[in-house]
Write a protein that binds this ligand. Structure first.
Ligand code: GTP
Ligand code: MG
Ligand code: MG
Length: 277
């Protein structure tokens, strides 16, 4: 259509390049998942199937987009770190954002039946997204620390809240009242003394969220891929290396693994200097 009298409209389309040499963090979040989780009967406070489905969709994003070097997920959100030198789509913001968010959403829908075999998807889920640029390594560290601290705060609150309701017989209004003004130690104590729950013993997935990185598997990957390709905890999400019993060799391929470990302290980052290279 170039050259027609209509083509001037193209000049209204503005470029939206992202600043070069900066870390890109893309965060997506389920739209109206309070309702979506209720409608689809998610377990409270944490639904393992739903969290695993989020992990599977995020792993698929990492398989598709090699510039994504790290992902962190909790609840209905996932954050993706794209490497500093990334030139994907010439760093056009709307192109990167819309493509990754729609890809994630498609995989979420495509894989739904594998994780919820007995629950039909009743309406289409959607995810919003944003990209934030961070100039320094410390910002990236602090960003991911912020999200993991949020995971812990929310999970401790939600675990105590639902224990008060489900085991303690309180109404949701009463449970909110009970928790008003409490600090972390108070909630831990309440969980233990009233409900016999040792918070630290709860699944790490719930307490720490999901951390996805590419790694040469330390052990033979458990190809726990069910009929529809579902993945499970700590597993290879990408094409697995051929089974071997020998030490990792150069021929072994990195795969996306799902971890549930601390990313606030230095250890995680010291072990993986390539993430912030
Ligand atoms: N029962 C249950 N609910 C969950 C789980 N994960 C997420 N949710 C729900 O999803 C919500 C996510 O929070 P938000 O993203 O702040 O809220 P939202 O309803 O998605 O609203 P917007 O993001 O603003 O569109 C939580 O408040 C829960 O209601 C889960 O594992 N189990
Ligand atoms: Mg949401
Ligand atoms: Mg959310």
């Amino acid at each position: 259509m170039a050259g027609t009298r209509f083509s001037y409209v193209k000049t209204f389309e503005l470029p939206d390049p992202l600043l070069p040499e900066t870390y890109m963090v893309l965060r997506l979040d389920g739209h109206g998942f309070h309702k979506f989780s209720d409608t689809h009967g998610f377990a409270k406070p944490n639904d393992e199937r739903a969290l695993q489905l989020m992990d599977a969709a995020a792993a698929a994003v990492m398989d598709e987009f090699r510039d994504v070097v790290l992902a962190f997920g909790e609840s209905d959100e996932f954050s993706f770190l794209l490497r500093k030198k990334c030139t994907l789509y010439n760093r056009r913001q709307s192109k990167i954002l819309s493509t990754l968010v729609s890809f994630f959403t498609s995989v979420y829908v495509l894989r739904w039946p594998a994780f919820f075999p007995d629950t039909p998807l009743l309406y289409p889920p959607s995810f919003d997204g944003r990209i934030v640029l961070y100039p320094a390594q410390q910002h990236v560290r602090d960003y991911f620390a912020w999200r993991q601290a949020d995971t812990h705060i929310n999970n401790l609150y939600n675990t105590t809240f639902w224990a008060l309701v489900q085991q303690g017989g309180q109404s949701t209004t009463q449970a909110h009242e009970t928790l008003k003004g409490t600090v972390a130690s108070g909630k831990n104590e309440m969980l233990f003394s009233r409900f016999g729950i040792n918070y630290a013993a709860l699944p790490a997935r719930f307490r720490k969220g999901s951390v996805l990185v590419r790694e040469v598997p330390k052990v033979e990957p458990e190809l726990d891929v069910d009929a529809a390709g579902g993945v499970s905890e700590t597993d290879a999400c990408q094409d697995a290396v051929p089974p071997t019993t020998s030490a990792p060799s150069k021929r072994q391929k990195k795969v996306v693994v799902v971890l549930h470990e601390d990313i606030i302290e230095n250890q995680f980052w010291d072990d993986r200097p390539e993430l912030l290279a």
